[in-house]
Design a protein around this ligand. Structure first.
Ligand SMILES: [Zn+2]
Length: 254
């Protein structure tokens, strides 16, 4: 259906092959880093702090650099994930809604980085949800088109990524239950479409809007069931940008 489904990078997660070679890294933060081979590594206070920074509106310079360094650390290292675990997809309902996001990043954001950004949502869930607390991380989701082997596991939080060129990348199967809308009921019935880039005060490229429209059409989603993340999230967000309602939402179903 879509011209290209992947961009060639697939994060490989291995059970206990953590490359914790401190000497590889320049930063002093790394020298005191946690052991990612521990099945409950995500409970480390540094990781908990990293996750909590995402819900803060203003970050100090130190917090910003800490956040960036943990992100980089996770991107560069293998961490423990379980072979089996909680079935998130049992919450899924028939799809009738599309939620539009922007990645709030460079338009060339890598799938690896997207994966780690999604991972922090899983970590948050495993830290707070009684159903999974004190269990090793498990997503049960796999890069689209790959077999369901552990090395193909992914923690991305959108179903589709759209590049400025209009290239569509399906990240995971539509039946994956993902946290992206900031609203549990909406997550159950929606697909998440992320436009790669930062569109706080600008409109996405015409090719990207056309591609998003194609995805929406393919899923037979009606115009009244298309929402920006900011319209339905229970916590405040600018996603997918301040011009969404006034200037470009209508272009998604024109
Ligand atoms: Zn969003």
């Amino acid at each position: 259906m879509y011209p290209e489904r992947s961009e060639g990078y697939y994060g490989a997660w291995h059970t206990v092959i953590a490359k914790l070679s401190v000497a590889d890294h320049h930063s002093k933060i790394y020298t005191s880093y946690m052991n990612l081979t521990n099945p409950l590594w995500y409970q480390d206070p540094k990781i908990q702090n990293f996750v909590s920074l995402f819900s803060q509106e203003k970050l100090t310079k130190e917090e910003k650099s800490f956040k960036h360094e943990v992100l980089t650390f996770l991107k560069q290292n293998h961490f423990y994930i379980a072979d089996q675990g909680y079935d998130w997809d049992k919450w899924r309902l028939p799809i009738d809604t599309a939620i539009i996001h922007h990645t709030s990043s460079s338009p060339t954001i890598s799938l690896n980085e997207l994966n780690i950004l999604g991972l922090r949502l899983y970590i948050n869930q495993y830290l707070t949800d009684a159903d999974v607390k004190n269990q090793p991380l498990y997503s049960g989701h796999y890069w689209f088109g790959k077999n369901h082997a552990k090395e193909n596991a992914t923690f991305v939080s959108y179903h589709y990524l759209v590049r400025p060129s209009g290239k569509i990348i399906q990240l995971v199967d539509d039946k994956a239950y993902l946290w992206h809308a900031g609203n549990l009921e909406v997550n159950r019935r929606s697909i998440g479409i992320a436009l790669a880039g930062k569109f706080i005060d600008k409109e996405p490229e015409a090719a990207a809007l056309a591609a998003a429209r194609t995805i929406i059409k393919d899923h037979k989603i009606s115009s009244e069931n298309i929402f920006g993340h900011c319209e339905i999230s229970k916590t405040k967000t600018e996603c997918p940008g301040n011009l969404f309602l006034s200037s470009w939402k209508a272009k998604l179903f024109a």
